[in-house]
Write a protein that binds this ligand. Structure first.
Ligand code: SAH
Ligand code: SF4
Ligand code: F3S
Length: 435
């Protein structure tokens, strides 16, 4: 059978798709690049904001039309599947099966039953060993870095967030398993890994997260370790020290703040004040200069006043974030924040979002421009030049690089090279290959 997986959401979903794909390949099924060629389509869904859910339902509408023309199996997996469970069949009767985020390994069973003609199959149980997926089964996406699960689930309880219910409580992978997987990846020529979890820095799989980074960094041949995502309350001095001093830990920190107003932070259940967040950053000391810092913001949280929003703008400058991702608050089913009335008009939310993003663009541009003239390491992420003639690469600080390469030179995909930054925009750096 030919299958196609469409993936929305975060890196955890990307990696789950690699696992799901591996399970199907193991059963003799063949991955194909489009819905048109597929006998089975899996939608790996996200439900972090309403928009993400709309995208899934509109794709399900398109697939229903396809299914009216020819035999087609449709499976919904991921966070929306976990959230909606059986009710997905009511809203989308064209769906053949629903598989939850904590039941990944049950996919072959469901597919087999669906092929045998059974309808409306569902498994959204919480299998306690879901995080112990055999890495040799995983079918890696064609990327220069490899994704590695270290934690699943989240034990925080941010009032706006569906993740604790869609991904369950924290489960930690033993560090020996993580090390073994990464050694295997390096043996297959991966030079970079990204450690994944909703909250990687609460890691407790036999050592702390900082210790895990140090142990991984001892693996010969590995060049960069990245990780996503971190919660400020679990950002320790020990971790800051490793980030600043261990050359194999890529100099990039994504530390979501969400708001600059203490009143809003409290109501979000974030467990820190704006000042405490800034104190955590100070753990980086002088090393802060070498680390690129990014964050997430939610604007228009219920009862966010102009003054609260001004606090957010102020923290943007105070922390001098090099980059940020900002979103308009989206009320989510089953979350505690539903008890607050979503009272900010849409026009005000989008105006605040634009102001925040405009200021961030200026800060990002300044931060990029400071790099002009410097020589940094970057990994080649394209197999050849783009239409406009440059190659794509990525710095340790996670910036996109448009790389000029001399005629006749073909830098290998995945190779780390030295590049000289020649120009900068808010979304990418221009650079020349240093030979
Ligand atoms: N585990 C990560 C966050 C994952 S969700 C962490 O805690 O850092 C990624 C981002 O989506 C969050 O940081 C937040 O900014 C945003 N987000 C989550 N729920 C949201 C909601 N209901 N409305 C708008 N944005 C939301
Ligand atoms: Fe959601 Fe908060 Fe957990 Fe992040 S830390 S996944 S925002 S509950
Ligand atoms: Fe979305 Fe689930 Fe990730 S809700 S952001 S896919 S954890």
């Amino acid at each position: 059978m030919k299958f196609h997986i469409e993936t929305w959401g975060c890196q955890m979903n990307d990696h789950d798709s690699e696992k799901l794909s591996g399970l199907l390949v193991q059963e003799g099924h063949e991955p194909v690049a489009s819905v048109a060629e597929a006998d089975l389509v899996l939608l790996n869904t996200c439900s972090i904001r309403e928009k993400a859910v709309h995208k899934v339902y509109s794709e399900l509408g398109r697939l229903r039309e396809e299914k009216e023309q020819r035999p087609l199996l449709i499976g919904v997996v991921g966070c929306l599947a976990q959230q909606e469970k059986e009710s997905l069949f009511r809203r989308a009767p064209q769906v053949d099966f629903v598989l939850g985020t904590m039941a990944v390994k049950q996919l072959p069973k469901l597919v087999e039953e669906a092929l045998a003609g059974r309808k409306r199959l569902i498994d959204t149980q919480e299998y306690p060993d879901n995080h112990l997926f055999p890495p040799e089964v995983t079918q890696r996406l064609p990327m220069a870095k490899a994704l590695v699960t270290i934690i699943e689930g989240c034990d925080h309880a941010c009032t706006y967030c569906v993740v604790p219910s869609t991904r369950g409580p924290e489960r930690h992978r033993p560090f020996a398993d993580v090390l073994a997987e990464i050694r295997g990846l390096v043996g297959r020529d991966f030079r970079e890994v990204e450690l994944l979890g909703q909250n990687v820095n609460s890691y407790a799989g036999g050592c702390t997260f900082a210790e895990l980074l140090n142990r991984i960094s001892e693996i010969d041949g590995l060049e960069w370790i990245r990780f996503t995502t971190s919660h400020p309350m679990n950002f320790t001095r020990e971790l800051a020290h490793v980030l600043v001093t261990n050359p194999k830990v890529a100099p990039f920190l994504h530390l979501p703040i969400q708001s600059g107003s203490d009143r809003i932070l409290r109501r979000m259940g974030r467990q820190y004040t704006a000042e405490e967040y800034l104190e955590r950053l100070e753990y980086l000391g002088e090393g802060r200069k070498g680390i690129r810092l990014s964050t997430d913001f939610i604007v228009g949280f219920p009862q966010e006043t102009d003054e609260d929003f001004e606090d957010t703008l102020r923290i943007l400058d105070k922390a001098a974030f090099d980059a940020s991702f900002s979103f308009v608050y989206s009320p989510r089913p089953g979350t505690p924040a539903l008890r607050y009335q979503d009272d900010i008009p849409a026009s005000m939310k989008s105006e605040r979002l634009s102001r925040l993003q405009a200021r961030q663009t200026e800060l990002t541009l300044q931060s990029h421009r400071r790099m002009i003239g410097s020589i940094v390491q970057a990994r080649i992420e394209s197999h050849g030049p783009t239409e406009s003639g440059h190659w794509l690469a990525r710095t340790g600080q996670w910036q996109n690089v448009h790389l000029a390469v001399g005629a006749g030179i073909l830098p290998p995909f995945g190779e780390r090279v030295a590049v000289k930054i020649t120009d900068a925009g808010p979304h990418f750096l221009r650079a020349e290959l240093v030979l």
